[in-house]
Design a protein around this ligand. Structure first.
Ligand SMILES: Nc1nc2c(ncn2[C@@H]2O[C@H](COP(=O)(O)OP(=O)(O)OP(=O)(O)O)[C@@H](O)[C@H]2O)c(=O)[nH]1
Length: 223
């Protein structure tokens, strides 16, 4: 099913608990032009690589069953525009809607890699500012089949992911369905973990806080 971005607010993000058997995951695809955002999306949705994708902005919905758990993916794929990579009302809307982000660069295009590095920081800052749960981000180096034209090494991609607490995959939307599947399933796992962590009490600080609350209540009770 394809929705228009204007339907984004109506596209529910309900979730009945981190261990529920059904889970909704909204994903935004970001990256500079021609890196393969649409190719990755279409590969995941249809298992096919069709070569040319046009410039239509869409939100796709796609249900899959992973290890007995149903995941309802919403995937927002928009053609590259400078506006989407910088602070803007359009980006704000995507930030609020998204549970996770797939940040795509081409291994043959260093500028696209640099743009991903900036995007990671921007997303983290926006989430921290909004006080929402930790951003779940997957960094994807696409066009692995074009290794003879590579300008970004695998190590650089891996290091960026390691230092920014993101997941990392190098894939070829053109040649390998399984790698693309791993990207989306991996991101769904991260989203589930982030939701579980957000529900847990805040470690030792949380325990001290709740004990203080109990003792404070006892003191007032005995007065
Ligand atoms: N060789 C190769 N080409 C790819 C791969 N993925 C995408 N392409 C090609 O790269 C071009 C751009 O792909 P798109 O999926 O349209 O890229 P996009 O990031 O959505 O681009 P914008 O819509 O401009 O933002 C197309 O010609 C694709 O066929 C890949 O893994 N390998």
């Amino acid at each position: 099913m394809v929705l228009k971005p204007s339907d984004a607010a109506e596209f529910t993000t309900t979730m009945t608990g981190p261990n529920a058997l059904k889970m909704d995951v909204n994903i935004v695809m970001l990256g500079t032009d021609n890196v393969g955002k649409s190719a990755l999306t279409v590969r995941f949705l249809t298992r096919r690589f069709i070569g040319e994708y046009g410039d239509i902005e869409s939100i796709y919905s796609h249900n899959v069953n992973v290890d007995g758990r149903e995941i309802a993916f919403g995937i927002w794929d928009s053609p590259y525009s400078q506006e989407r990579l910088s602070e803007s009302p359009a980006q704000e809307k995507q930030m609020q809607w998204a549970d996770g982000f797939v940040l795509v660069y081409s291994i043959c295009d260093r500028a696209s890699f640099n743009a991903v590095a900036k995007l990671v920081q921007r997303i983290k800052a926006a989430r921290a500012c909004a006080g929402t749960e930790k951003a779940s981000i997957v960094i994807v180096g696409n066009k692995r089949d074009l290794h003879h034209r590579r300008t970004v090494t695998s190590e650089e991609g891996r290091l960026l992911a390691l230092t920014t607490d993101c997941q990392f995959y190098e894939v070829s939307a053109a040649e390998n369905y399984h790698g693309v599947l791993m990207v989306f399933h991996g991101l769904a796992d991260r989203v589930r973990e982030a939701r579980s962590a957000a529900k847990k009490p805040a470690g030792i600080k949380g325990i001290v806080k709740s004990m203080s609350a109990v003792f404070a209540r006892k003191r007032t009770d005995s007065l």
